[in-house]
Write a protein that binds this ligand. Structure first.
Ligand code: XIL
Length: 388
């Protein structure tokens, strides 16, 4: 049989249609946002265990950045003086290096998950300022020696500013004083390789008082010659809030203050929250209550759709500001590996991520991956006014 030109054209058409189909089918998050920002996930120690293989496999396929969930926090890493558990952290860094990922260290200094011994001497007496600063330096020096530039960015300070814009009262500030954040960044800069990026990370960064306080903090640090490269907006958000306009105002304000914006711990909760339970204060835990766990048997299509739309709206905003955003990272991989199954209430069934409990992409994944970056980013809103 002779191949007519029409038959040949038809063949080409069918082959390219199949190729297109495969391409969309195979598109992963890191491919979809390759030209826009890094796309990350926090991974926990558990993922290196045998039973979590499929979830671990998902990580380098979909993401090009990882955050250390608990592994590098002071308590898990160095629970007692001279006692270190670096096996998990070593595996984490080796995994990121092997897969050529942007590896994030979380976190150098935080008021949670820091053992009490850190603040005391051998006789249990509280340390003074200079002894505590020295202890902070020792921690960073050890991490710098062990991981160097393999950890490409560190959350230097986590959650040191309150929603009202004031410096959080913590053992850190009680001993060191008002310049705790500045001292932490100075130590990080002195001890870590110069190519390691230094970030300030916090939740509820879309609230105007915290936003203004963080902008002021960045500007003050810069004015005093202290390096800060980026700000992490955690992004523990819900289906209802914060408003896109508030997210946008913070991205713009931080960028205008001269740092790169990282979305560091994104997850979107569909579960009900008690009034006043916004943000992500890990110290808050509420009583178990069946009425607060409405989707134990699965999430209905209507709610899946709402979650997909909310994710799409938020990612569309990120794309609009892709020049300002270095990384968008999720706090977890699949829904069963989310901390929101246990916070603020233990043992709930939560659905905050893009992959379901079997590791399959959810409607929210497809909604996000189908977005297109706008050709021309629309005009930025007017700069935020800094209130005194
Ligand atoms: C959470 C972890 O995911 C939990 O496993 C742990 O029990 C508590 O901390 N903001 C942060 C993270 O900066 O370190 C927190 O991680 C979630 C809120």
């Amino acid at each position: 049989m002779k191949a007519t030109p029409i038959a040949i054209l038809l063949c080409f058409y069918l082959l390219s249609a199949v190729a297109d189909e495969e391409e969309t089918h195979l598109r992963t998050l890191k491919q979809a946002f390759h030209d826009d920002f890094l796309i990350g996930a926090a991974i926990e120690k558990l993922l290196f265990e045998e039973g979590a293989r499929p979830t671990l496999k998902l990580v380098p396929t979909q993401f090009n950045s990882i955050s250390s969930c608990n592994m590098l926090k002071w308590s898990p890493f160095n629970p007692k003086p001279e006692v270190y558990d670096h096996r998990a952290a070593d595996a984490y860094v080796a995994f990121g290096t092997k897969h050529n990922m942007y590896v994030v260290g979380h976190v150098l200094f935080w008021h949670n998950q820091t053992p009490e011994w850190v603040f005391r001497d051998v006789d249990s007496k509280q340390l003074d300022r200079s002894a505590l600063l020295e202890r902070m330096r020792e921690r960073v020096r050890l991490l710098a020696t062990r991981y160097g530039s393999k950890i490409e960015a560190w959350d230097v300070v986590n959650e040191a500013i309150e929603g009202n814009g004031h410096l959080r009262n913590s053992t850190w500030t009680q001993i060191i004083g008002k310049d705790f954040i500045e001292q932490a960044f100075r130590i990080a800069h002195d001890e870590l390789p110069t190519d390691v990026e230094l970030l300030y990370n916090d939740y509820s960064m879309t609230g105007p008082k915290k936003r203004d306080a963080v902008v002021r903090m960045i500007l003050e640090l810069k004015q005093r010659g202290v390096r800060i490269d980026g700000v992490g907006m955690q992004g523990h958000w819900s289906i209802n809030g914060p408003a896109l306009a508030d997210i946008e105002a913070s991205i713009v304000a931080f960028s205008q203050a001269g740092v790169e914006v990282h979305i560091t711990e994104l997850d979107i909760d569909v579960l009900p929250r008690q009034p006043g339970m916004h943000g992500a204060d890990v110290a808050k835990q509420l009583e178990q209550d069946e009425a607060m766990d409405p989707y134990r048997d699965g999430l209905q299509a209507e709610m899946q759709q709402r979650l997909a739309q909310r994710y799409a709206d938020i990612f569309q905003l990120f794309l609009k500001h892709r020049e300002k955003i270095k990384r968008v990272a999720f706090w977890g991989t699949t829904d069963n590996h989310s901390w929101l199954n246990n916070w603020p209430i233990k043992g709930r069934t939560s659905y905050p991520l893009l992959f379901d409990r079997n590791g399959a992409p959810k409607p929210a994944f497809h909604a996000v991956i189908g977005l297109k970056a706008p050709e021309d980013a629309a005009d930025d809103p007017a700069p935020t006014v800094i209130h005194d």
